[in-house]
Ligand binder design. Sequence first.
Ligand SMILES: CC(C)(COP(=O)(O)OP(=O)(O)OC[C@H]1O[C@@H](n2cnc3c(N)ncnc32)[C@H](O)[C@@H]1OP(=O)(O)O)[C@@H](O)C(=O)NCCC(=O)NCCS
Length: 231
Amino acid sequence: MLSSFISHVEFLTIADYPGPIARCRFSVAAYCDDMFPLAGFDFPEHLNAAVAKRRAEYLAGRYLARQALAKLGCHDFTLRRGGDRAPLWPQGIAGAISHNVDTALCAVHHENGVGGVGIDVETQMPAKRAEELWSGIVSVQEHEWLRQQPQAFEQLLTLVFSAKESLFKALYPQVRCYFDFLDARFTQLDMRQQTFELELLKTLTPQCHAGRRFTGHFLLQGDNVTTLIHC
Ligand SMILES: CC(C)(COP(=O)(O)OP(=O)(O)OC[C@H]1O[C@@H](n2cnc3c(N)ncnc32)[C@H](O)[C@@H]1OP(=O)(O)O)[C@@H](O)C(=O)NCCC(=O)NCCS
């Protein structure tokens, strides 16, 4: 039964984001390939060599994308994947997908020239992992600043990691090039408003230039750190 695999489908409100944000839980243990037709999708060839976790998270994201796009009047849409692995959204719609071990998210909105969206969910990394990984995620200056904050370093590092991945997903459809975690800098955190700010350090296009700042929103729920950037 599909409900043993996908459950707790809900729509979130995050600040003034102008479209639906769908979230669900999914269970890799309950996944089997029959879930694709049960959910109304053909099994995509590119997943033939993938492990069950990858198949499960891909389907959970597609399932949510279909639900979210229906709210925008785009019914029964099958979201395909581009050669660069970025999703191929319907004309005039911007969107993003994320999944961690058991949660999937999808945000979509009518683009109307207002730009893209990035969404990301991460499981909070353990302290030891944060010690091993921080230099690939933040600069020495950002690291020092994070250490001075009252929150646990591993929680903040997970938040910055997620924020930067959201920025990448939001900008990629416009800039069409890879940029690194150290090409953006975390400049502000407001725990009360649940907002943050990132500054781009590298010029990617005339519009996405070094110095441009992006405000994002975050949610901390249990072990899950969720971020969203709409720009
Ligand atoms: C692409 C990337 C951001 C995905 O993040 P992740 O934490 O690994 O995985 P998530 O579950 O959150 O997101 C995966 C989804 O991102 C989407 N995605 C993949 N490539 C993408 C791209 N180029 N642009 C936008 N979205 C993309 C897909 O929908 C994918 O899910 P799907 O394959 O099931 O459809 C990440 O793998 C990556 O390459 N990061 C390096 C670049 C970066 O983040 N730089 C920071 C700049 S400040």
